[in-house]
Design a protein around this ligand. Structure first.
Ligand code: MN
Ligand code: MN
Length: 509
């Protein structure tokens, strides 16, 4: 028997479809999963991916990627590479392992849903490869993180994070449930492959991989670039889906993009922002977070959505202004509430680091400098106790991140903004105006209760810091602390003390 050549068989296997005769179409493809909405059923026949792959090619390619990732890992296991990594960089990787390993696992479910309910055979095929991809990502990330547990128990959170009610995974679940688990497949293809995988995984996987190489972490760089090659392929599901939706329902297309872009931008400012601008050692930083965002997200994203005939999201000015503030406020919050983290957040505000921050962010010193001075003076006065939290911050009812965006009036009044909304007999708090608007428009869908909601409802007992840490799954050996207080305070020893401030928030005592 002779085998057909690829070009002889591929065009009729890649989009195999059936006309069912024993059951209704609606029984196989229910609207609430398929989400065709205003798009006529036959319009999906036009769906076509630009880069086509067959199963034999897929298997050969994936095998090579796996072999090379594991070969590098095995070689480095016998070296002292890990022991020589900077603590700040290790924190960036712990945050990644814990924040990403099980999200890859959730992505398997998202891909499988598109593989089952996509209204075109070629799309379902592409999604089946996507599910296999995400299975590999979940495995490789969990396995690579696992190797280091014996050296540092914080790496145990690679697998543990999403099984806890820590506030960071609650915020991450809020986003990923909304783009990978709950949507119909049309919305999902636009939220996950189009918005998240085309834009934001680039940031985490390409930009962070560059910082990893600079920091000497070849193993990590290799792992995430291997993953990114898959993301680049299966993220193609977004474009053809968006093209069809825009033709029939541009308003829905715009809303779905706007909402998922915002949620992704908020979460990345908490995770990638501090990793790039504070944890990565100064001499290894290639660009600031803002510069990476402008190059990889802002320019590309706007060009892409305009190509599809869509507009900049309505909140664009608020988003662009946020590139100078969101992640700095979140970094300060992460550092201050460091016992709630599974990594060791480095403050990163020595004189040299501050000069770099000021060069990249001209308002940095004015907005954050004197707050860090208080921390510095307390550390130098042997009063680290005063830099530890006794209260909880307000968490945003939409993104679940702390309301930590600061503004300063001309007269010098500094405050963390909180946008409020009275609805259904209670008051909600939001970090930004757009989070408030998105919550309002989506108010009938499920929202996770913030950690503060749970605290105030008495779900967390005892109602003190110890009770909160216990609820979040933190145990003493993994609780985050600054890896090296002296590194960022020694420049300031002996200067006049700036005085003490006490942050305000929800009292936990
Ligand atoms: Mn993935
Ligand atoms: Mn993916």
């Amino acid at each position: 028997m002779t085998l057909l050549k690829r070009e002889e068989w591929q065009q009729f296997v890649r989009d195999v479809d059936w006309a069912p005769s024993y059951v209704d179409e609606e029984a196989i493809y229910p609207e609430w999963h398929c989400g065709t909405g205003k798009v006529p059923r036959e319009a999906w026949a036009k769906w076509e991916e630009s880069y086509k792959v067959t199963y034999p090619e897929y298997v050969v390619g994936q095998r090579e990627k796996e072999a090379s990732a594991y070969a590098v890992k095995a070689a480095l296991q016998r070296s002292d590479n890990f022991d020589n990594l900077d603590e700040g960089w290790k924190s960036a990787t712990k945050m990644h392992f814990g924040g990403v390993a099980l999200v890859e696992s959730a992505a398997i479910l998202g891909e499988l849903k598109m593989a089952r309910f996509g209204l075109n055979g070629a799309w379902r095929n592409m999604a089946a490869f996507g599910a296999l991809d995400e299975l590999r990502h979940s495995q490789v990330t969990t396995f690579f993180g696992h190797e280091f547990i014996a050296k540092d128990p914080q790496y145990d959170w690679t697998q543990k994070t999403f099984h806890t009610n820590n506030w960071v995974p609650i915020a991450a679940r809020m986003l990923f449930d909304s783009i990978m688990i709950s949507p119909n497949v049309v919305d999902m293809a636009i939220e996950l492959p189009f918005t998240f995988e085309t834009g934001f995984t680039n940031l985490q996987f390409i930009a962070l991989s560059a910082d990893a190489l600079e920091s000497g972490d070849v193993n990590f760089a290799n792992m995430i670039s291997s993953i990114q090659t898959d993301e680049a392929r299966h993220s193609q599901q977004g474009g053809p889906t968006l093209e069809i939706l825009v033709e029939h329902d541009p308003v829905r297309a715009q809303w779905v993009i706007d909402k998922s872009f915002w949620g992704s931008a908020r979460l990345f400012s908490a995770l990638t922002g501090p990793a790039m601008d504070y944890y990565t050692p100064l001499e290894h930083r290639r660009q600031s977070y803002r510069e990476f965002m402008e190059e990889w997200i802002v320019d590309q994203f706007i060009r892409t959505i305009e190509d599809y005939g869509l507009k900049k999201p309505w909140y664009w000015d608020e988003f662009m202004n946020g590139l100078d503030t969101w992640h700095h406020g979140l970094h300060m919050g992460l550092w201050y509430w460091r016992p709630t983290l599974w990594w060791r957040p480095k403050a990163g505000v020595s004189k040299d680091e501050r000069a770099w921050l000021t060069e990249k962010y001209p308002t940095w010193e004015k907005l954050y400098g004197d707050k860090w001075d208080v921390m510095i003076d307390n550390v130098n006065a042997d009063n680290v106790e005063a830099t530890l939290p006794e209260t909880l911050p307000w968490l945003c009812s939409n993104c679940n991140l702390p309301c930590s965006i600061v503004t300063q009036s001309r007269s010098g009044i500094w405050r963390a903004r909180d946008w409020e909304l009275e609805y259904d007999g209670r008051k909600y708090h939001f970090c930004t105006n757009a989070c408030r608007q998105i919550f309002w428009k989506d108010r009938d869908t499920v929202n996770h209760e913030t950690l503060i909601d749970r605290f105030l409802a008495g779900q967390i007992q005892p109602m003190d810091v110890a009770g909160i840490l216990g609820y979040m799954g933190l145990t003493p050996e993994v609780m985050g602390d600054d890896p090296d207080y002296e590194a960022w305070t020694r420049d300031y020893v002996g200067r006049p003390v700036s005085g003490l401030v006490t942050p305000t928030g929800v009292t936990a005592r």
